[in-house]
Design a binder for this molecule. Structure first.
Ligand SMILES: [Zn+2]
Length: 265
């Protein structure tokens, strides 16, 4: 299979699919929790079952197609209800064809029928609170930002935060479903109250230290954001995107229409 896995801590598997998006499998002594499902090119449920013999429950950080299309290999998938309309939209053939095009461009073999016709799972409602997997617990946290229904997950036993697309070293905050920049910063700041020391995100198969995320969030300031430069990422959507550098080597791409310059406005 085209999955590439890093085991960063006992019971914590960061699984990258063939197109480069990552999921995280958290294995307790009683059950396992899979955070995100990737592009759906290959049978993720079979892969997870080869990693753990415990029952695997699927939760999704948000409704974008690169995180949900693999959910079709599972009977159920939970996400915050705010992102359910987005997940329905991203199940459509348009997005599945994008996956096939990306695979073809990179010479990755794909079963076209399986990708186009994979059924959607039964969508269930993700709830805030703590899940006990047996020796490993997971706190489910609502953190609107990248999308309105974005979820982050905190694993106290590993001092680990899973940010979903609310944070990657290059964070996208420009789709219609994204929050304005200052609302995003306020929600992200609340995460810094948690005593995590390590961070995993979906678009890198790397473990980051807390300071990386902290520098990013605290770098979203009234001094640094005005230095943002136009970048054409959202041109196909008719969005005027700007690129800011809140911290060295890190980028926030946002919608100029959702940034008014003053944090208090
Ligand atoms: Zn996303």
């Amino acid at each position: 299979m085209g999955f590439h896995t890093n085991v960063f801590f006992p019971g914590v598997y960061h699984i990258e699919d063939a197109l480069g998006v990552c999921m995280t499998l958290l294995c307790g002594s009683r059950e396992a929790l899979l955070v995100d499902a990737g592009f759906g090119l290959e049978d993720l449920a079979a892969y997870a079952a080869a990693v753990t013999d415990k029952p695997v429950r699927l939760v999704l950080t948000h409704g974008h197609y690169d995180h949900i299309l693999g959910a079709g290999y599972f009977p159920e998938a939970a996400l915050f209800p705010e992102d359910l309309p987005l997940a329905h939209e991203h199940e459509f053939e348009f997005w599945r064809r994008r996956v096939l095009e990306a695979a073809a461009e990179r010479g990755i073999p794909a079963d076209e029928r399986a990708v186009l016709e994979a059924p959607a799972p039964v969508w269930t409602e993700l709830r805030e609170g703590t899940l006990d997997l047996g020796g490993l617990s997971v706190r489910v946290i609502r953190c609107p930002g990248h999308t309105r229904g974005s979820a982050v997950f905190y694993i106290p036993e590993r001092e680990l935060l899973l940010t979903g697309d609310d944070w990657n070293p290059c964070t996208w905050l420009f789709f219609a479903e994204a929050l304005p920049v200052w609302d995003y910063r306020r929600n992200m700041e609340k995460l810094l109250e948690l005593p995590f020391r390590h961070v995993l995100c979906p678009h890198r198969n790397e473990l980051y230290e807390r300071a990386m995320l902290e520098d990013f969030i605290l770098g979203l300031t009234e001094e640094k954001l005005p230095a943002a430069k136009p970048v054409d990422t959202g041109a196909w959507l008719g969005i005027r995107t700007m690129e800011a550098a809140p911290a060295p080597g890190q980028i926030l791409v946002f919608d100029a229409a959702k940034y008014d310059g003053s944090e208090e406005a």
